[in-house]
Design a protein around this ligand. Structure first.
Ligand code: NOJ
Length: 567
């Protein structure tokens, strides 16, 4: 099957096995509600994306990943989908999507979209029908409804907690029929918010519906999908009790044998989807959002007949420290290489503290907890930015595919001082403010230092307030400033392309100095000083440096790319 869009756009559709675009691509994450607002309502939209595509061409990205823009009541910023095959009016229309896609393809930029298969919104027609139909019905069998425990079913079916805090089960009122025979109302499972009921993936009707949804977007010409909670679809059918450790990452990384994460049966779903994508011309790709205890386990998601990429969260979660970084890079290249997949690299996204802040935190901060005004160990901004620039300089030299989260190319930090009343992440509400949640990394992007809402929206509206200090980080301030973070990213992305680093091979350089990370990829030598004192800059001509080099010395928290260098 050939989609009309793809036939027209300028990609080579006949790439050889092993040379597919997703193996080496730099993929830029757009979080639509915070990228660019064309309508003036304070929420970014699809025409806003289209309007800024040339900026992304200038930056040098290969592809975009769009977080959800489908119809949704926005209880979890669109990760609660009410209609998988339509655009939410907040973001525009299907025609706006088609326009954006064609405009991206016309510029040689691929587009992958978010797919949220673990759960729907409670406003989805299927869930509404399930509520109306009552226990034992075909409608309820699409979700995970169960009778409660206790004499009157007043206790939830097990002890699971929601990722966002609070119980993972909500009880529904008894149906009319049930009231008559005194049967108590059932409970439904939601690993996330109450408004996000989990599908039952043992039900063939659910599987068929998602094949239809995949084809709907593939027919429109998308280049692939980022699959939300890809490790969560299949649950242990016995639904046994489970209590995670208190310091666990919210989305599950680090925990073994969790009855709702990483169950074996989930792989059948992705083998099936692999076949659906293979019906289409061009290299369409699936990328797993799977938080798992080890890289070895994550590599199972990208075996040759399953997905194509998986986010490398182990890399994201590695401390700013040479030895563990070297270890995680080695292990990634080994484990993904063993199954014939590229490693991906990622430092920030819409669920984690931005790396310009995270890398300077002085206290542990589990994923999903966020930081706010009262958090202990808050980062010193200058230290965070310096480390973030160095970390990105390392990341973008690694072979494989790299993900960039909108705004990191501007050096945006986490917005720490958001007022309580502005916060919208369900985590904040479900933990009664105990966890700040993820709003701090989702604040709208500053485009122009002097315009209202820094050019994010023509009216100055912004769904989360932007910190005053962000004027200096606005894109227009950074363009043309050779020392800006934007210039650094532009240089790195151009260099990555010229030197074909994505398709390259990594070779470590032994420096025998603690705190120094040094490797070669083709004719580029990368040296990062993660130690405690400046070191002499190795020989070679500088292609890019994350910070100033003075008197021939490479300062602490600085990384450099050298051509023909010898560390
Ligand atoms: C992971 C997404 O990235 C996150 O933003 C969302 O809240 C959960 N999945 C639930 O869909």
């Amino acid at each position: 099957m050939t989609s009309p869009d793809l036939a027209e756009h300028p990609f080579d559709l006949s790439s050889q096995p092993g040379a597919e675009w997703w193996r080496t691509a730099v993929i830029y994450q757009i979080y639509p509600r915070s990228f660019a607002d064309s309508s003036g309502d304070g929420i970014g939209d699809l025409p806003g994306v289209t309007a800024h595509l040339d900026d992304l061409v200038d930056l040098g990205v290969d592809a975009l990943w769009l977080s959800p823009f489908q119809r949704s009541p926005q209880k979890d910023a669109g990760y609660d989908v009410a209609d998988y095959c339509d655009v939410d009016p907040l973001f525009g229309t299907l025609a706006d999507f088609d326009t954006m896609l064609a405009a991206a393809h016309g510029r040689g930029i691929r587009v992958i979209v978010d797919l949220v298969p673990n759960h729907s919104s409670d406003q989805h027609a299927w869930f509404q029908a399930a509520l109306a139909a009552g226990p034992g019905s075909r409608e309820r069998a699409r979700y995970l409804f169960r009778d409660g425990k206790g004499v009157h079913g007043e206790l939830p079916p097990n002890n699971w907690d929601s990722v966002f805090g609070g119980p993972a089960w909500t009880r529904v009122p008894a149906s009319d029929q049930a009231t008559v025979d005194a049967t108590p109302g059932q409970w439904y499972l939601h690993l996330f918010d109450t408004s996000q009921p989990d599908f039952d993936w043992s039900n063939e009707e659910v599987r068929e519906e998602f094949r239809r949804i995949l084809r709907f977007w593939l027919d429109r010409g998308v280049d692939g999908f980022r699959v939300d909670v890809a490790h969560g679809l299949v649950k242990d059918s016995a639904l046994p009790d489970y209590t995670p450790p208190t310091d666990a990452d919210a989305l599950g990384g680090g925990e073994e044998n969790v009855p709702y994460w990483g169950q074996d049966g989930v792989h059948d779903v992705y083998r099936d989807w692999h076949r659906v994508l293979a019906e289409y011309d061009g290299d369409r790709a699936l990328c797993a959002e799977a938080w798992l205890p080890t890289i070895e386990q994550t590599a199972l998601w990208v075996r040759p007949d399953e997905m194509h990429q998986a986010f490398n969260f182990a890399y994201l979660e590695t401390k700013w420290d040479a030895a563990p970084l070297r270890a995680v890079i080695d292990e990634s290249l080994r484990a993904y290489g063993a199954v014939g997949a590229p490693s991906t690299w990622v430092l920030s996204n819409h669920d984690v503290v931005r790396h310009a802040s995270r890398l300077a935190l002085t206290e542990e901060n589990p994923q999903g907890h966020g930081i706010g005004p009262l958090s202990p160990g808050k980062p010193i901004p200058d230290v965070g930015l310096r480390r973030a620039r160095a970390a990105s300089t390392v990341m973008l030299a690694l072979p494989g595919s790299a993900y960039i989260f909108q705004g990191e190319e501007l050096g945006l930090p986490e917005a720490v001082d958001l007022p309580d009343e502005a916060r919208q992440d369900p985590t904040w509400f479900r933990t009664a403010g105990e966890r700040y949640g993820r709003d701090g990394c989702r604040v709208p992007v500053p485009w122009s230092a002097t315009e209202p809402a820094y050019g994010f929206s023509p009216t100055g509206a912004s769904w989360l307030p932007q910190p005053a200090s962000w004027a200096n980080l606005a894109r227009d301030r950074q363009i043309g400033d050779g020392a800006s973070t934007l210039s650094l990213y532009t240089t790195l992305l151009a260099g990555r392309r010229t030197h074909r680093l994505g398709a390259g091979r990594l070779e470590w350089i032994e420096t025998h100095e603690p705190g120094i990370l040094a490797f070669r990829n083709g004719n580029v030598t990368v040296v990062a000083n993660i130690g405690s004192a400046a070191i002499p800059l190795p020989h070679g001509s500088v292609i890019a440096t994350s910070g100033p080099i003075t008197d021939g010395m490479l300062p602490v928290d600085t990384a450099v790319w050298l051509e023909n260098g010898a560390a």
